[in-house]
Ligand binder design. Structure first.
Ligand SMILES: Cc1cc2nc3c(=O)[nH]c(=O)nc-3n(C[C@H](O)[C@H](O)[C@H](O)COP(=O)(O)OP(=O)(O)OC[C@H]3O[C@@H](n4cnc5c(N)ncnc54)[C@H](O)[C@@H]3O)c2cc1C
Length: 402
């Protein structure tokens, strides 16, 4: 048997991928990479001693994200009652009669997307990671990073060392690892805050998700459970303070008045809290043998429900690029990944920013514009289909089931 050259030996050595952050994106990345490359070691690091905590936010998962999680064996770990399919998306505007609807039946798909609470998804991801080959190191964070030509040499908070061929940064919006790497973020603040909560209604929701644009900001009701919607209500800070100061009955009637009667009579409202809104982008998504994905790379306004869905698409693209390579940290591999992600990032950025600007402004010209837009959507089914494809997480050129 001929001896391997050093070069050949290096190329067949087991590679190590370190993933910093076991949140919604990091845990999914760890699972997907360990399935795609069983010949590599995937190490997941998170300072939480147990399953990372998620605030009680509700996520609208695009169909594409749902299918990807299903393929990774995550959805089967959820109870059926944990997620609600969206059959119809209903978009309307308080300042006029314009409205548009997208329907799963028209698109020929089982659902346009699914609604579930982030904590259930986090628990299912954790179970799937624990049952997989992923090496999950709990209660550990990266203390320092030293770059060598072949590795990112990580010193961890338990004083151990880890030599990573590739470091994937998934530690969320504040991303301490991004700071260690000296990567800045550009941040755009919106003059709005978001309130998250739940609304119970007096009749079944019919699996309809509502997005209602008001002169003060968008309001989304996502079907979640039997006669319950998850609420995301965006408003200017003074209005938000007033909404948070109302007693429960006052808040219930303010929400009903703002939303109208199309989803039934509101019988109970729960407010979970309000928070400022901004959009942040890392100034670079790549560093030496390092890639930033998920909220560490991009944190979006929740108006379009795109943040996690974009992170899932990051993971799918990364897996595609790492599937057949020898060196996961090679600059050519990372550059190819980065180039592939740019059109999606630009599209989502324009889409989200445009929606926030167009639909949270009460200037007469803009509200006339959005009424025309909604009328066009309802009049031309192909436009509605394009928007539905976007909502499902597919680009216009992609097949639904890829
Ligand atoms: C109100 C609201 C509604 C939203 N609705 C939607 C929606 O409908 N659809 C959608 O797609 N998106 C939505 N989003 C966005 C979505 O919640 C985020 O995009 C998603 O949670 C980001 O996941 P992540 O894994 O990048 O970050 P996170 O889930 O925040 O995970 C970060 C992880 O990093 C860990 N960590 C922290 N410090 C370190 C460290 N030093 N080292 C290692 N690990 C560390 C944390 O413990 C955590 O586990 C919404 C957001 C908000 C605010």
């Amino acid at each position: 048997m001929s001896a391997l050259t050093k070069r050949e030996a290096n190329s067949t050595q087991q590679k190590t991928i370190a993933i910093a952050g076991a949140g919604l994106v990091g845990a999914f990345a760890a699972l997907a990479l360990s399935r795609a490359r069983p010949d590599w070691q995937v190490v997941l690091l998170d300072p939480e001693p147990g399953v990372p905590r998620q605030d009680p936010r509700t996520l609208a998962l695009a169909l594409r994200s749902f299918l990807a999680l299903e393929e990774a064996g995550v959805i089967s770990l959820l109870n059926n009652a944990d997620f609600t399919p969206i059959q119809t998306i209903h978009v309307s505007d308080t300042t006029g009669p314009g409205r548009a609807q997208m329907k799963a039946a028209t698109e020929g798909v089982p659902a346009l997307g699914y609604v579930l609470e982030a904590r259930y998804l986090q628990q299912a991801l954790a179970k799937a990671c624990e049952a997989s080959a992923v090496v999950w190191r709990k209660g550990v964070r990266i203390q320092s990073i030293e770059s060598t030509p072949t590795h990112q040499q990580l010193t961890l908070s338990d004083h151990s060392e880890l030599a990573a061929d590739l470091l994937v940064v998934t530690d969320g919006t504040q991303s301490p690892t991004r700071s260690l790497l000296g990567i800045d973020v550009t941040q755009q603040h919106y003059p709005q805050q978001a309130l998250a909560g739940f609304i119970e209604v007096d009749r079944p929701h019919g699996q309809i998700a509502y997005e209602r644009f008001t002169e003060q900001g968008p309001m989304a009701l996502l079907p979640c459970g039997q006669r319950r919607f998850a609420l995301v209500w965006c408003a200017q800070p003074e209005r938000m303070s007033a909404l948070m100061a109302l007693d429960d009955d006052g808040f219930l009637s303010a929400a009903q008045q703002r939303f109208g009667g199309r989803a039934g009579r509101f019988v109970k409202a729960t407010r979970q809290g309000s928070f400022p809104l901004s959009m942040r982008w890392a100034e670079r998504m790549l560093a030496h043998r390092t890639v930033l994905i998920g909220n560490a790379c991009h944190a979006l306004h929740p108006v379009a429900g795109q943040g996690y869905n974009l992170g899932v698409r990051d993971v799918l693209a990364l897996v595609q690029h790492l599937n057949y390579c020898y060196d996961p940290g090679a600059i050519a591999v990372l550059n190819a990944y980065s180039e592939q992600r740019q059109p999606d990032y630009q599209g989502v950025r324009l889409f989200t920013d445009g929606l926030v600007g167009l639909f949270s402004n009460d200037q007469a010209l803009l509200s006339a514009g959005r009424r025309t837009g909604l009328a066009a959507l309802s009049g031309f089914s192909c436009l509605g289909s394009l928007l539905a494809q976007k909502a499902m997480g597919f680009g216009a050129q992609e097949s639904l089931w890829r």
